[in-house]
Write a protein that binds this ligand. Structure first.
Ligand SMILES: Cc1cc2nc3c(=O)[nH]c(=O)nc-3n(C[C@H](O)[C@H](O)[C@H](O)COP(=O)(O)OP(=O)(O)OC[C@H]3O[C@@H](n4cnc5c(N)ncnc54)[C@H](O)[C@@H]3O)c2cc1C
Length: 358
C-alpha cells in the first residue's frame, strides 16, 4: 500500500489555491498527493460563458499535471469512493487503498434531484461538469424544449446562456428567484429572463418526475423530455458513510481551523464542508485556500494553526449570456456589458493564476 503524509482529495477551488501557493512559495515537507477524479479542474464561473459559446472548453479548465509538477505533488487520477477514518485510508474506485497521516477534502457536492418514475424524461445534472458538458453536447445536436430546476445563481446563468439555443425554456424555483440576493438583483434577473423568453415559475418545488411530467405537489406543471438539474448542493453519499461528524445534510462539520469536528487529522473545505457563516459557493472555497495552505503546512511542520473567518458579504456577478453581467453587493445591484467585462477579467485571471507549469 502507498503511504502519504498528506492527500489533497478533490481539485476544488481551495486545493487549486494551495497548489499554486506551494508551486510559487515553499512547499511543506513530506510525501503529498492530489487525488482528482479527472486530469483537469473545470472552473464553474466560466461554465455559463462556455455554454453561451463565448469561450472554448480549454479556456475554462485548469490542467492539473503541470500545476502538481510545479508544486512537487503527485497527481493521482482516480475517484475516491470511501474513507476509513480508523485506518486513515482512502478507498479508490479501482480497488486501491491509500494510507495517509493527514487528509484534506475539497470534493464539492452533487446536485439535488427529485425522485423519478419511468424513463420518459432525460435528467442531466450540472455536476460533475465533464459529464454535464458531454450530455449537453449530445442534446445540442437535436434541440428540444428544456426545463431547468433551480432558481439560484447557477440556474439563472444557465437559463440566460441557453435561452436562444432551445425552442422553449422554463425555469422552476422552489422559492423566490435568487432567494437570499437583494431585491434589485432579483428584478434585473427577472427582466433579462422575460426578455429572452424564459418562463419562470417561482415557489414551485418539483416533487416528482413522473414519466414526461414534472409534478409539484399533486399538479403536473411541465411536460417534456429534457430536464437540467441546477437545484442546489447535496452532500456526496460516501462522505456521510465515512464516520466523520456531518450535519443533517451530510456535509462534513468543521471548526475555524478547517479541521473535522470528529477527526482532526481530516481537513474539509468548500461545498463538502459545513461551517456556520460559510456559504456553498466558489467564492468561499477560494477564500479558505490561503488558511488551508498555511494549516496543512503547519501540521506537517508541527506548528500552530490559523483560524478562518467567513466573510459576511460576497459579490455576485451573474453572466447574462450576451457578454454582460448582473452585479449584486449587499443592497446594491447593477448590470450591463461593463460588469460582464469585469466578470471575464476576474474569471480569466483565476484560470491564468492556476495555469502554472513546473
Ligand atoms: C453553472 C454554475 C455556475 C457557478 N458560478 C459560480 C460563480 O460564478 N461564483 C461562485 O462563487 N460559485 C459559482 N458556482 C458554485 C460553485 O460551482 C461551487 O460552489 C464550487 O464549485 C464549490 O467549489 P469546491 O471548491 O467546493 O469544489 P468544486 O469546484 O466543486 O470541485 C470539487 C472537485 O472534486 C472532484 N471530486 C469530486 N468527487 C471526487 C471523488 N470522489 N474523488 C476524486 N475527486 C472528486 C471533482 O472532480 C472536482 O474537481 C456555480 C455553479 C454552477 C453549477
Amino acid at each position: 500500500m502507498n503511504h502519504y503524509d498528506l492527500i489533497l482529495l478533490g481539485a476544488g477551488h481551495a486545493h487549486l489555491g494551495v497548489l499554486r501557493r506551494w508551486a510559487l512559495v515553499e512547499r511543506p515537507p513530506g510525501r503529498i498527493a492530489l487525488l482528482s477524479a479527472g486530469p483537469q479542474a473545470w472552473y464553474s464561473g466560466m461554465l455559463p460563458g462556455l455554454l453561451a459559446q463565448r469561450f472554448g472548453p480549454e479556456e475554462c479548465r485548469i490542467e492539473l499535471d503541470p500545476l502538481c509538477r510545479a508544486a512537487k505533488v503527485e497527481l493521482i487520477v482516480a475517484q475516491a469512493e470511501g474513507l476509513d477514518p480508523q485506518q486513515r485510508q482512502v478507498r479508490l474506485d479501482d480497488g486501491r487503498h491509500l494510507a495517509t497521516r493527514w487528509l484534506s477534502l475539497n470534493v464539492g457536492a452533487e446536485v439535488a434531484a427529485p425522485p423519478q418514475r419511468g424513463a420518459a424524461m432525460q435528467a442531466l445534472a450540472v455536476k460533475p461538469f465533464a459529464d454535464f458538458l458531454a450530455g449537453w453536447r449530445a442534446w445540442q445536436a437535436d434541440p428540444q424544449p428544456l426545463a431547468i430546476l433551480g432558481g439560484g445563481a447557477a440556474g439563472v446563468e444557465l437559463a440566460l446562456a441557453l435561452a436562444g439555443q432551445v425552442p422553449e425554456l422554463s425555469l422552476f424555483c422552489s422559492a423566490q428567484l435568487l432567494e437570499g440576493h437583494n431585491p434589485g438583483l432579483h428584478m434585473r434577473a427577472w427582466g433579462h429572463l422575460r426578455q429572452r423568453g424564459v418562463r419562470v415559475r417561482e415557489h414551485c418545488p418539483i416533487d416528482l418526475i413522473d414519466g414526461d411530467r414534472l409534478v409539484s405537489g399533486e399538479d403536473p406543471v411541465w411536460r417534456g423530455g429534457r430536464l437540467l438539474l441546477a437545484s442546489g448542493a447535496r452532500a456526496l453519499p460516501w462522505l456521510g458513510h465515512s464516520d466523520l461528524a456531518c450535519d443533517a445534510g451530510g456535509f462534513v462539520q468543521i471548526g475555524a481551523t478547517l479541521q473535522s469536528h470528529s477527526h482532526p487529522w481530516v481537513f474539509a473545505v468548500g461545498d463538502c464542508a459545513s461551517l456556520p457563516g460559510a456559504r456553498k459557493s466558489g467564492v468561499y472555497s477560494v477564500r479558505q485556500g490561503p488558511v488551508l495552505a498555511a494549516n496543512l503546512a503547519a501540521v506537517l511542520r508541527g506548528q500552530p494553526l490559523r483560524r478562518y473567518r467567513p466573510q459576511r458579504h460576497s459579490l455576485a456577478l451573474l453572466a447574462t449570456g450576451d457578454g454582460g453581467a448582473l452585479m449584486g453587493w449587499q443592497q446594491w445591484s447593477a448590470g450591463g456589458q461593463l460588469f460582464g467585462r469585469w466578470k471575464d477579467h476576474l474569471d480569466q485571471g483565476f484560470i491564468r493564476r492556476h495555469s502554472i507549469s513546473g
